[in-house]
Design a protein around this ligand. Structure first.
Ligand code: MG
Ligand code: ZN
Length: 256
């Protein structure tokens, strides 16, 4: 069980290559959570320390292959997969992209990514509500991203515990849509505090929703001083150039 967030993340976790159908152990996970309140703090520290060691190993593995890994985090429905589909269709021809897709269940997002033209592995977390470095290590072995490629890790939709788990990424991208509350960075400060980039999606809907972009940027920067905030719409194809420039800069930066 995940002592940090109280979710079970053991037996339910599956790493699946959609090209080869369902993985072993397809049953639903049972975390067998047995809370022992007096030891919670110690378990949490151990769990995160172990995760950090594994994340450091992932970082070395990725660096040895010149792979730039980005950890994409958001609440469910912010448009992570839609943005990745558009990105792969626009950049995939010049720039090798691959995706690790984290969701509790289904192969749906990995299938969408493959249909867009990139390689993808689905990690189903069962009852678990975040990816951890060990799951990503298993996903990397299955995916084997090519030398010099861009690897997107689409985390489980959740603005809480994914912030605590280093996956070995080069940078963290926090994605939010204009259909959410502009004050979310104040409510979920841990997530925004570790963001290297904030992306505001679905900007084509701004005429129809009461979303104050200026206030959102102010809230995001209260959590992370000076953080860059990009505004875009993947479906209306607005503002994508700045996103692609940021991705290319990130690849050049991590290749140094
Ligand atoms: Mg998704
Ligand atoms: Zn969790």
């Amino acid at each position: 069980m995940c002592a940090t967030c109280g979710c079970s993340d053991g037996p339910g976790v599956r790493v699946i290559d959609p090209a080869h159908g369902h993985g072993p152990g397809d049953g639903h996970g049972h975390g067998h959570a047995h809370p022992h309140p007096t030891t919670t703090v110690a378990i949490e520290v151990d769990l995160l320390a172990k995760n950090d060691d594994l994340a450091a190993r992932n970082r070395q593995w990725l660096a040895a292959r010149g792979v730039t890994a980005l950890n994409l985090m958001s609440s469910p429905g912010a448009g992570k997969t839609t943005l990745l589909e558009r990105t792969i269709r626009d950049l995939g021809a010049d720039l090798p992209c691959a995706v690790l897709e984290g969701d509790q269940e289904t192969l749906l997002d990995a299938e969408r990514i493959r249909a867009a033209g990139a390689r993808a592995i689905q990690i189903n977390t069962g009852a678990g509500c975040h990816l951890d470095a060990d799951m990503v290590a298993a996903g990397l072995r299955a995916l084997a991203p090519e030398q010099g490629s861009l690897l997107f890790v689409e985390n489980v939709g959740n603005l809480v515990c994914p912030a605590l788990f280093d996956l070995g990424e080069a940078a963290r991208v926090v994605i939010m849509s204009v259909t959410e509350g502009a004050d979310k960075p104040l409510k979920y400060p841990h997530m925004f505090r570790t963001a290297d980039l904030v992306v505001l999606t679905k900007t084509d809907l701004l005429p129809y929703v009461p979303f104050d972009v200026g206030f959102f940027v102010e809230c995001a920067r209260r959590a992370r001083a000076g953080v860059e905030v990009l505004q875009l719409s993947a479906t209306a194809e607005e503002g994508l150039g700045a996103w692609y420039d940021w991705l290319r800069a990130e690849m050049n930066h991590s290749a140094l």
